[in-house]
Design a protein. Structure first.
Length: 676
């Protein structure tokens, strides 16, 4: 999981757009963009749409069905214009009533207006139950206490009266962009499948631009082609689809697939245009005042090398400058001056990154800002727009290549990136405003390794006592660093040991040797000495030993896949064994058994293939019973036709499920009776 600051958007209007697009979609019933007002939409016969609620041709067991999902966007060459969204929803079950009866919309009043055209609740016959919200309130969006983001945004909340099973809600609203911070920059996405796994009976999307503008249009997996028409000085692109089946995410699906239908539209900008704009906006922000320069000099005073210098500056900015975002107006894009960030002691990602770059440049090290999205799959390189980005990091020039680093993440070492940012498209903005289009590096399972080493003794009463060591190497261990980022007083030490010992049933931590989590280059390792762990359960003259880390629930996964039916999407191998990031996991547990006790050692299980590696080895030498587990993620995307191979992979692993509990003979009379 990303550190909290990285889940925040640095661009105020990016958050506004995401919040505003809660509705979208419909069906070109007109060849040009209709004029939609509070009086209605002349291109849609509402009665015909309402009548779809009584149509039994679509009788899927869904709690709600979208009768109409509609989006109409009209822009000028500068990117100003209106976006009108309408949803007509047949609410069918009580469990979704609250979600549709309570709505919220956001907009930025410094460059947008919002108009609620109508919000109605009706019967399936079209009779009006309520023709306006029962309650409506507009308020400022407040900043959170943790990782606060101050933005000039308004939130309109409204409650609809009379929503119940077998009612229809019909909501339409318009957001008008009255100004653009970057002239000519506009980008919109359209999910034909809608926001939830529900059937969409009628879907329409209209994008209307000046006739002299050649927009960039991307269509993915559409079941019907769009229609282009021209009327006077305007050109309209329209898409209409009927009875769009619900899209349900499948396990192990990649970020993009060949099933989900969507459309993207943008104005004919280039990434060079974006780079020049941001470069001009931030060009004067890399100069340090004498006081700030003195702070940098003090920070790097003990650095013995270039790398030490970079690490010292990175640690200062990442850990000593706290995260607070003030994204008001143009401040949603333009970083503050480094001196202000140093003086106040806080900044958001663009402020912290700008300070980091300015500090390195002041000591002769070349570094540049990098525009990206914290969701690496969210950017479409074919649609240049500042709205595709919501985050800023730094690139340090290293002899013809770049080392990327995120000064916003306080527990990610220099040279690493949080996993969500990896493998994403990004834009390095150079001092002259030119850009380098890059793909951010991605870690492999060979680079990231988690090792557990447990050495314990089992008592006659079935209790375990011993030590557990965890050693993590490679990138991506912010969570473990966070656990050890504050001094371990007695209360915190007990809490940390309790959490880390959770696999060891009932074990109590006696002491712990950890590390300084804020030292970004300290080895991520700890050892806990414990006692009182529940090692075995007794039954008759036998002891049933349960491996604390369990085995993979292969049977459950097989059943889940088989219940889902025919596979539609590709298979992302890195998702199959464990959740990303790709990792090599090694668990080595040795248990010294009481004198005369003997484990019924299972057969080893070794499974290797395109979807990962899984093995468990069992042995006993003398009194020491040992279990060694290894797992390694695989990387690759395979067609849905490979699903039988995934099932075969899990079935092979399933051979280990019988080893969830391992029989241990106590020896003596009990063992003799069992053998007879």
């Amino acid at each position: 999981m990303l550190p909290a600051p990285l889940r925040l958007r640095i661009l105020a209007c990016a958050a506004t757009l995401a919040a505003a697009q809660v509705a979208p979609l419909a069906a070109p019933l007109a060849a040009q963009a209709p004029l939609i007002t509070a009086a209605g939409d002349p291109s849609v016969d509402a009665d015909t749409i309402y009548a779809l609620a009584a149509d039994t041709a679509v009788a899927a067991p869904e709690p709600a069905i979208f009768l109409l999902d509609d989006g109409v966007i009209t822009v000028d060459a500068a990117g100003r214009g209106t976006r009108t969204y309408r949803q007509i929803v047949h609410v069918r079950e009580q469990r979704v009533v609250a979600g549709f009866a309570e709505r919220r919309l956001r907009y930025s009043p410094d460059h947008q207006t919002l108009r609620l055209n109508w919000a109605r609740v009706l019967t399936p016959a079209g009779d009006v139950i309520s023709d306006a919200p029962a309650q409506l309130q507009e308020s400022d969006v407040t900043a959170a206490t943790s990782n606060p983001v101050y933005v000039n945004q308004k939130e309109v909340r409204f409650s609809l009266g009379g929503v119940a099973p077998n009612t229809i809600i019909d909501v339409s609203y318009t957001i008008e962009d009255t100004a653009r911070y970057h002239e000519g920059d506009f980008h919109a996405g359209w999910a034909v499948h809608g926001r939830s796994p529900a059937t969409v009976r009628r879907s329409r999307f209209i994008f209307d631009v000046p006739a002299g503008v050649e927009p960039r249009i991307t269509e993915k997996n559409l079941s019907a082609a769009g229609i282009t028409s021209q009327h006077g000085d305007r050109r309209t692109y329209a898409w209409s689809m009927s009875d769009v089946p619900p899209y349900r995410a499948e396990p192990f699906a990649p970020d993009t697939n060949s099933v989900r239908m969507y459309i993207q539209a943008s104005l004919p900008l280039t990434w060079a245009d974006v780079g020049r704009w941001y470069g001009a906006l931030s060009d004067d922000r890399y100069v340090l005042s004498p006081a700030a320069a003195a702070k940098v000099d003090a920070t790097v005073a003990n650095a013995a090398s270039r790398l030490d210098t970079i690490r010292a500056v990175h640690r200062w900015v990442a850990q000593d400058i706290r995260y607070v975002s003030v994204s008001l107006g143009l401040g949603g894009y333009q970083p503050r001056l480094p001196d202000e960030t140093v003086t106040t002691g806080f900044g958001d990602c663009k402020d912290k990154t700008t300070l980091f770059i300015a500090a390195l440049r002041s000591v002769g090290i070349e570094a540049h800002p990098v525009l990206l999205n914290t969701n690496h799959a969210a950017v479409s390189p074919e649609h240049p727009s500042i709205h595709q980005f919501n985050h800023l990091i730094a690139a340090v020039a290293e002899g013809g290549r770049y080392t990327f680093t995120d000064p916003t993440s306080p527990l990610t070492p220099y040279g690493e990136l949080p996993y969500a940012e990896q493998d994403g498209f990004a834009l390095v903005v150079l001092p002259d405003g030119s850009v380098d289009e890059v793909r951010l590096p991605r870690i492999s399972a060979d680079e990231r390794r988690i090792e557990y080493r447990i050495s314990a003794t089992l008592s006659d009463a079935g209790q375990l006592a011993g030590s557990m060591e965890e050693v993590n190497t490679g990138p991506g261990f912010e969570a473990r660093r966070a656990a050890f980022s504050a001094p371990l007083d007695s209360a915190r030490e007990a809490s940390v040991m309790r959490a880390l010992l959770s696999p060891m049933r009932g074990a109590t931590g006696d002491s712990i040797a950890g590390f300084d989590g804020r030292d970004l280059y300290a080895p991520v390792r700890y050892t806990i000495w414990f006692s009182g762990g529940r090692g075995t359960d007794q039954t008759g003259g036998l002891e049933l030993f349960m491996f604390p880390f369990g085995v993979l629930n292969a049977t459950g996964r097989i059943q889940s896949i088989e219940r889902a039916g025919a596979r539609r999407t590709s298979i992302n191998a890195v998702e199959v064994l464990r959740s990303p990031p790709p990792t090599t996991l090694a668990i080595d547990m040795s248990v010294t058994l009481p004198e005369g006790w003997r484990a019924r050692v299972p057969d080893d299980v070794v499974v290797e293939g395109d979807f990962g590696t899984y093995s468990t080895e069992y042995s006993q030498e003398g009194r020491v019973f040992r279990i060694v587990r290894r797992e390694q993620s695989a990387v690759g995307v395979y067609p849905p036709e490979r699903l039988p191979d995934v099932l075969a992979f899990f079935r092979a692993i399933g051979a280990d499920e019988d080893n969830r509990t391992i029989v241990i003979d106590r020896g003596g009379t009990e063992q003799h009776e069992w053998q007879n």
